[in-house]
Ligand binder design. Sequence first.
Ligand code: FES
Length: 171
Amino acid sequence: MTDLSRRRFLKASGVAATAGAALMGTGFANAQEPSPPGATTLPYPREGIAKAGGLKVDVPMPFNYPDPESFCQIIKTGRPVPGGVGPDGDIVAFSTQCTHNGCPLSYDKVARTFKCGCHFSIFDPEMRGQMVDGQATENLPRILLEHDTKDDTLYAVAVEGLIYGRQCNLL
Ligand code: FES
């Protein structure tokens, strides 16, 4: 190595070392470390919405979750269903904004389905909110429930699926 190239090398090394020390002082040196798990997500609220013993078969009860702008219904189907909770495993809940264009859904007791009056999509609450007909291409978002056997309270604890019109369920 010639004197000139050695001088250039030492000069460049010094610049790099100085820059590294400066970055460590500002905290940028740690920028490559991973974020703590869950740092960018918000927890869903745990909200009591009904008593299991107070629900009647095929009579849905409206509630709002995870915030007042999100319309949902809880329903007792009268027979065990996938994802059902409560003493009989027959209680489920869903967002009742149609996944096509957000129209409100109504429950049809005869067909035992949620129906949309706008473009006639149909969803099956006994099959985890599966879309069975119509313009919608997504199933209904499920409201995940927990049943407290001590006092018979049903709690909404999370949403599975994206509520219509939102980029995130929690606003
Ligand atoms: S808004 Fe429900 S089918 Fe179009």
